[in-house]
Design a binder for this molecule. Structure first.
Ligand code: PHE
Length: 461
């Protein structure tokens, strides 16, 4: 059905600008907002972290989001196709991005499957008192080989369900599937998560949690790693330089107002992230209060452990715990699912266009292959180690090199930066000033390069 060239396109489109914005927010707002941001901010200077975070948003996040939009909307293709049309040799950058999406989707789906199980477990606090061993030993059957058959009943069903739903949504198309899921999911998420945050900030001890999160440690601002953490968080959280926003923008109408939508998406994503920080840390303050310790003495404040070990412990302590548990894990499922949809769309549209497949066939092929890998890696072992390693590679090194390559290819090698800026300005109400090119052409690649070298040194050490 889809894809013809920049001329005479019958490419499918979102039904409205609102549909596009909701889908883009759905991609951006995900597990990264709920489980990644609060812990990163806490570890990196607390309230002071907001300074590098906002600077990263303005100097790299929004400018590269606009770049993604411009490439997709003008060249009308998934990352490999659109970049090839921009400059033949840039196609490889698109495939690199597609590979990152594929890798991330494989573990992202596993985490959503965990959240789905925990949604069910929250009816009656089925995780019991020792939430750590429930997650790592009982649920994931970690250190004990040979019990994978039991496990298949634990993780495999939710994982299968997630992948089946993904294939159904993708096969239904951009407007018929992806847009619908987001139009329903995002308002639901805002309501559910909003209720949860309101409940959390009214718990005893909430203020201690908020103080722990927001009390600024200004001395951290001279720490390069804090700046790196801010830029990494912005990239992952806004889903930029992964090729997804190229694909999503390619389904926009030709005269759609792109930059204004980008501002809405960026603002919504960061607001959700800060809201999540408030909710999560209020709840942690409550846990510390119940246990009679300081928030800083709690363990497991980041990553999967925060969501699947610490949070269940918080939930068990609460009056009305079922509702709170269902809201928390339900939010994780919805936020994660709409992001996973975008990850798999990125891969499947790229494959579809490369091999001239129909959208349905591409959705099924990509869905089945990714699901198989997801099962292989995460349904029979703990997966936590795999997850950390892959996450580190994809998010610290992978996406950063992709962003550097894309900026340099567009601005210096293909020399298309000016044209893209004119393109965006011709159709958008928010005009990009002359600051845009130096940001994506010089500042962002330089900073990202410094950041990547530092990360690699860290890893080697
Ligand atoms: N932005 C999503 C999140 O915050 C994750 C994501 C990354 C989605 C890359 C798509 C591409 O969780």
């Amino acid at each position: 059905m889809t894809t013809t060239g920049p001329t005479g396109s019958q490419r499918q489109t979102w039904t409205s600008n609102r549909g596009f914005i909701l889908a883009a927010i759905g991609s951006a707002v995900g597990l990264g907002n709920i489980w990644r941001f609060p812990g990163v901010a806490y570890d990196s200077g607390g309230g002071a972290f907001l300074v590098p975070y906002l600077i990263a948003l303005v100097t790299a996040g929004l400018p590269i989001l606009f770049l993604d939009y411009a490439i997709g909307q003008r060249f009308r293709g998934s990352a490999p196709l659109a970049l090839r049309r921009l400059w033949r040799k840039a196609e490889v950058i698109g495939w690199f991005q597609t590979m990152l999406l594929f890798i991330i989707s494989v573990y992202y789906a596993a985490v959503i499957a965990w959240a789905l199980s925990y949604f069910y477990f929250s009816f009656g606090n089925k995780w019991g008192n020792d939430t750590a061993s429930f997650f790592v030993n009982d649920y994931l059957k970690a250190s004990e080989p040979g019990i994978s058959s039991e496990l298949v009943a634990g993780v495999a069903w939710p994982l299968a369900l997630v992948w089946v739903l993904i294939i159904i949504v993708l096969a239904a198309g951009i407007a018929g599937g992806v847009e619908k899921v987001n139009v329903v999911g995002i308002p639901l998420l805002v309501l559910g998560f909003g209720a949860l945050v309101i409940r959390a900030v009214t718990l005893p001890g909430a203020t201690d949690g908020l103080n722990a999160l927001f009390t600024p440690d200004w001395s951290e601002l001279t720490n390069l790693n804090v700046w790196i953490a801010a830029y990494s968080q912005i990239f992952f959280s806004m889903s930029i330089a992964f090729g997804i926003m190229i694909a999503y923008a390619s389904f926009q109408r030709r005269r759609a107002n792109m930059t204004s939508s980008g501002l809405v998406v960026g603002f919504a994503n960061s607001s959700f992230e800060i809201l999540a920080g408030i909710g999560v840390f209020s709840a942690l303050g409550f846990l510390a209060h119940q246990e009679g310790v300081a928030v800083g003495e709690l363990e497991g404040l980041t990553g999967p452990i925060l969501s699947f070990v610490t949070f269940p412990a918080v939930i068990s302590e609460m009056p009305g715990s079922t509702v709170f548990g269902a809201l928390f894990f339900g939010s994780l499922v919805i936020a994660g699912f709409t992001s996973l949809v975008s990850l798999v769309v990125g891969v499947s549209v790229a494959v579809q266009e490369k091999f001239g497949l129909s959208q349905r066939v591409a959705a099924v092929v990509v869905g089945v292959v990714s699901a198989a890998l997801s099962f292989g890696l995460f349904a029979t072992t703990t997966g936590l180690f795999t997850l950390d390693t892959v996450d580190m590679f994809a998010n610290n090194i992978g996406v950063v090199s992709s962003a550097i390559a894309m900026c340099i290819a567009v601005v210096w090698l293909a020399r298309e930066g000016r044209v893209l800026r004119l393109h965006l300005n011709a159709i958008s109400t928010f005009k990009l000033g002359s600051w845009w090119l130096p940001l994506i052409g010089v500042f962002a690649p330089t900073f990202l390069l410094v950041m990547m070298i530092q990360k690699i040194i860290d890893v080697i050490e």
